[in-house]
Design a protein around this ligand. Structure first.
Ligand SMILES: Nc1ncnc2c1ncn2[C@@H]1O[C@H](COP(=O)(O)OP(=O)(O)O)[C@@H](O)[C@H]1O
Ligand SMILES: [Mg+2]
Length: 332
């Protein structure tokens, strides 16, 4: 999709994102998605091999989502029908987005690949909020500790799943990153994974020994809900050593690796959204990025302000070029 600033490119990606996730990447309040001065908006699509999905957002009636001709029961049903990777224009800032964002990246892979992960994650979240409620309401310590054994059981499963996924992800990431950033092809990569409690100690011991701290805080500080991870290149942080363009390629390589792992394990094809692929990248790297994405053979929606981009890649019958102008889309 090619168009000038403010022509409506991001809005098209937002529409696809809404159908896959049931929420927007621009606003928490879905009513803000509705065009100013209008009362409602509708989005509709068919997911391969023909499952209809539709969403209606109304300023009066709220939001309604239908999947396969029936009202949607839970948002995760939507996500499991349409695995989606979204790469925002400012994705080079990935490193600054904090551990919550980075946990979501790995949990995406596990959610789609490991049925059991979702079970343990939901159980863990529920127990954690009960333990936190007990802490917040200054319940006696033995009442707080009632939750610990199940918290540990599910928490350790989540931790193992994440550890496994990160190891597989690293191997796949290196392949893609070497394609996208040839200058790092001889670099050494490693995953740093922090489980959410101090290294070399057991989750159970940490929960036990930090109970007075947790009581004072009014919540459980340590556990998989506080996990984090990073990839080091030659022992260094990419945020410190890579240019913004290289950081963008780094993020892209993580997304492409996730899509390719999902395909390998479940045969499911993800949809890829890339907003403003040209920003931060020189002409040569834009072409490299486009060619790498094509290798995946998935449906991708890519926006750019650079009208030259389509000339430098090999457009075939399956690729469609659109122009976006003042909110109107037309096939080029
Ligand atoms: N809910 C809305 N109501 C009215 N205008 C909107 C709404 N959301 C976005 N816009 C406007 O639509 C235009 C296109 O936005 P956008 O999709 O971000 O453009 P692009 O990505 O091509 O730069 C912008 O001028 C923006 O302010
Ligand atoms: Mg935009």
């Amino acid at each position: 999709m090619i168009g000038e600033n403010g022509s409506g490119k991001t809005s098209v990606l937002e529409a696809v994102y809404l159908l896959a996730m049931g929420r927007s990447f621009r606003t928490r309040n879905l009513k803000h998605v509705i065009q100013t001065d209008e009362k409602q908006t509708q989005i509709f699509a068919r997911i391969h091999p023909g499952i209809p999905v539709g969403m209606q957002i109304s300023s009066i009636l709220g939001t309604q989502i239908r999947l396969n001709n029936a009202p949607l029961k839970k948002l995760s049903d939507l996500a499991s029908h349409l695995p989606l990777q979204y790469i925002p224009a400012n994705c080079h800032q990935f490193f600054d987005l904090g551990p919550g964002f980075r946990r979501k990246v790995i949990d995406w892979g596990l959610f789609h690949v490991e049925q059991e992960f979702m079970f343990h994650w939901q159980a863990y979240k529920k127990i954690l909020s009960q333990r936190n409620a007990a802490l917040r309401n200054s319940k006696p310590i033995n009442e707080v500790r009632l939750w610990d054994s199940s918290l540990i059981e599910h928490g350790l499963k989540i931790t193992l799943y994440r550890d496994d996924y990160l190891t597989t992800l690293l191997a796949e990431f290196i392949k893609w990153f070497n394609l996208l950033c040839a200058e790092y092809s001889n670099a050494k990569y490693e995953i740093r994974y922090s489980t959410g409690w101090p290294k070399d100690s057991q989750f159970a011991d940490v929960l036990h020994s930090t109970i007075s701290r947790d009581t004072a805080l009014g919540y459980t500080r340590s556990g998989p809900h506080a996990a984090d991870w990073s990839i080091k290149i030659n022992g260094q942080d990419p945020a410190e050593m890579c240019s913004r363009g290289q950081q963008k390629m780094f993020f892209l390589a993580i997304s492409l690796a996730q899509i390719s792992l999902l395909r390998e394990k479940t045969q499911q094809k993800s949809v890829l959204l890339i907003d403003d692929i040209s920003s931060e990248l020189d002409a040569e790297h834009q072409v490299l990025a486009m060619k790498s994405i094509k290798r995946l053979g998935i449906q991708s929606f890519i926006t750019t302000t650079n009208p030259e981009l389509n000339r430098s890649i090999n457009i075939n019958k399956k690729d469609i070029m659109f122009h976006v102008k003042r909110g109107e889309i037309s096939q080029a």
